[in-house]
Design a protein around this ligand. Structure first.
Ligand code: PRP
Length: 217
């Protein structure tokens, strides 16, 4: 980014499933995110009126941008935060994009001698089964995880469940819920000190909006 933009608060915004809810929350908090952002292919979007720049990121990369300080703050799901385990501050639970991390399998699942678990979250899965005292081979996949038990690659999967529709349509069952997921606001440690006023004021605005929404539920 150009020199005069260094005063902008750089926000790593996840594209995809979280974006819609996150941009809605920001708009409700009074931040004028133009609606033409929603379909843009632009990767850096500046809103000089509120001294902010949005970096449109792949969700899994948000903690990396924030850890390295190329984004001051970011929005990321707890699932990615747990998996990536980066050195960032977790500032606020935004309460959006609610879902859960679960162990999933076929209804007739039986323990096997060499259990295999497929997942997009190898660190989360490994830690979970280690804590359960179960030895499993964790296979990292990048998507369509539910295929693994159907085609015999793994006997169970660890994946995110939101509506449960994917499980239903593929004849799978949720065997255990590991943790609940919502999106979080995270900050780079140095930015949090250097741009504290801007970050804190954004946090307060978001917090007020979230609290007001809760009162209306
Ligand atoms: C996620 C997740 C499940 C699905 C759960 O996949 O990995 O497959 O959503 O949602 P549901 O409970 O509402 O059906 P995503 O859509 O991110 O795509 P992916 O398969 O490429 O990971």
């Amino acid at each position: 980014m150009r020199e005069q933009e260094t005063e902008l608060l750089k926000v790593a915004m996840p594209k995809g499933r979280i974006y819609k809810q996150a941009s809605k929350l920001f708009r409700e908090a009074g931040l004028p995110i133009p609606s033409d952002f929603d379909d843009t292919r632009k990767l850096i979007i500046e809103i000089p009126e509120v001294k902010m720049a949005f970096i449109m990121a792949k969700p899994v990369d948000v903690p990396t941008y924030v850890e390295y300080g190329v984004a001051d703050i970011g929005i990321v799901g707890k699932d990615v935060l747990m998996e990536e385990n980066k050195d960032v501050y977790e500032l606020l639970d935004l309460g959006i994009a609610k879902c859960r991390m679960s162990v999933i399998g076929l209804p007739d699942w039986q323990p096997s001698i060499h259990p295999r678990v497929a997942t997009k979250y190898p660190n989360v899965a490994s830690q979970y089964f280690r804590e359960q005292g179960q030895q499993v081979e964790v296979i990292k996949l990048n998507g369509s995880i539910e295929l693994a038990p159907l085609i015999g690659l793994a006997d169970r999967i660890v994946d995110m469940v939101e509506t449960g529709q994917t499980l239903k349509e593929n004849g799978l069952v949720e065997m255990e819920s590991i943790f609940g997921i919502t999106s979080r606001l995270i900050a780079n440690r140095v930015s949090y000190r250097m741009k504290n006023e801007a970050i804190q004021s954004l946090c307060d605005r978001l917090q007020r909006t979230i609290s007001a929404q809760r009162q209306h539920v």
